[in-house]
Design a protein around this ligand. Structure first.
Ligand code: HEC
Ligand code: HEC
Length: 278
């Protein structure tokens, strides 16, 4: 299957509809349980109760903007390097304007997975900004170091990024083993979520709707598979599982518990191996 950005718009619309349906399906999984279980059986309900938070979808949107604000806003990233992108960094051009490029998918900057390798910048993380005031975070994003203007990121989008940083980030080290990159989830529970919520788009083996084109897939072999990506950069996968993928119709699992999300991550890390064994 081709990546979605190459597909005709009618299909994109269809993909969006699928999102809506998937969200309903996810809700339907939770709600009947509440009804069926009744007040006496709280243990089963506690497994995946959707929590109410009025900011939830703004936070997920903020997570997509953190990932790639230009794609999320249907704009282009600036052509030149970000003025604060350090000279020791190996990346060039638009990508240096993505928040994740300096602060990492685990929000830990140089203390996290971008502490070495091709994405190293030496920039600090954002973990201590959990709970910070929205105005203060917006003040930082628009300061001399960052230089994001309202033309690039309009005020409302700015607020959503700030909400994400204040209320939406998690410490990923407790869920992903940094040295082995293995997610600490339950593969079996993850399988149920993946096969009912994600497989309709990504295929039962994670080979569909991935960013690699068919030719790239042919050239890279299994490197293009969802499962392989989740093994190589589990922090990126977890961020996308929680917030969705900017610019395309993909669900955000943020409404479920972090444990559920990590279970999905654990399962997709097994997909490539399963595919080879089949
Ligand atoms: C080109 C690299 C770069 C990019 C891209 C970048 N930042 Fe930063 N950011 C920095 C640097 C460097 C600092 C530290 C500044 C300082 O300490 O004076 C920082 C600090 C921060 C802080 C304060 C962290 C703290 O603990 O003090 C926040 C919040 C922040 N950035 C948010 C963002 C957001 C949101 C985006 C995307 C819209 C973003 N940054 C994109 C380089 C970057
Ligand atoms: C409505 C369709 C849809 C659903 C449902 C969906 N996704 Fe996606 N997902 C996409 C699309 C489209 C992309 C972007 C592919 C591209 O870049 O061409 C994507 C990208 C991703 C990526 C980034 C991989 C890459 O190619 O960069 C991950 C990881 C991912 N999805 C995981 C999941 C998981 C896990 C679920 C279930 C919780 C899920 N997705 C549900 C459509 C969907």
């Amino acid at each position: 299957m081709r990546p979605i950005h190459q597909l005709p718009s009618a299909f994109r619309l269809a993909a969006k509809l699928i999102v809506a349906v998937s969200v309903l399906v996810a809700a339907a999984v939770v709600v009947p349980r509440l009804v069926a279980a009744g007040p006496s059986n709280t243990t089963e309900v506690a497994q995946s109760t959707a929590k109410y938070d009025k900011d939830l979808w703004d936070i997920a949107r903020g997570g997509q903007l953190y990932d790639n604000w230009a794609v999320a806003l249907d704009k282009e990233l600036p052509k030149k390097n970000h003025p604060s992108y350090p000279t020791i960094g190996k990346k060039k051009g638009g990508i240096t304007w993505r928040c994740k490029e300096c602060h990492g998918w685990d929000y830990m900057g140089e203390d996290g997975s971008y502490g070495r390798g091709g994405h190293y910048t030496g920039v600090k993380g954002l973990r201590r900004m959990t709970g910070a005031r929205i105005e203060d975070i917006i003040g930082i994003i628009t300061d001399k170091t960052h230089q994001y203007t309202e033309d690039m990121i309009p005020p409302l989008a700015m607020k959503k990024i700030a909400l994400f940083i204040s209320k939406g980030q998690i410490g990923m080290d407790q869920y992903i083993d940094r040295s082995t990159k293995r997610a600490r989830g339950d593969v079996k529970r993850g399988a149920s979520f993946f096969q009912t919520v994600c497989a309709i788009c990504h295929g039962f083996d994670g080979a569909e709707m991935v960013s690699k084109s068919q030719t790239e897939m042919a050239a890279f072999g299994d490197r293009g598979l969802l499962g392989t990506m989740a093994i190589e950069d589990p922090w990126e996968s977890l961020h996308k599982i929680r917030n969705g993928q900017p610019g395309v119709g993909m669900v955000a699992l943020r409404v479920l518990s972090v444990r559920d999300q990590v279970d999905v991550l654990s399962y997709i890390q097994t997909l490539t191996k399963r595919r080879l064994e089949d």
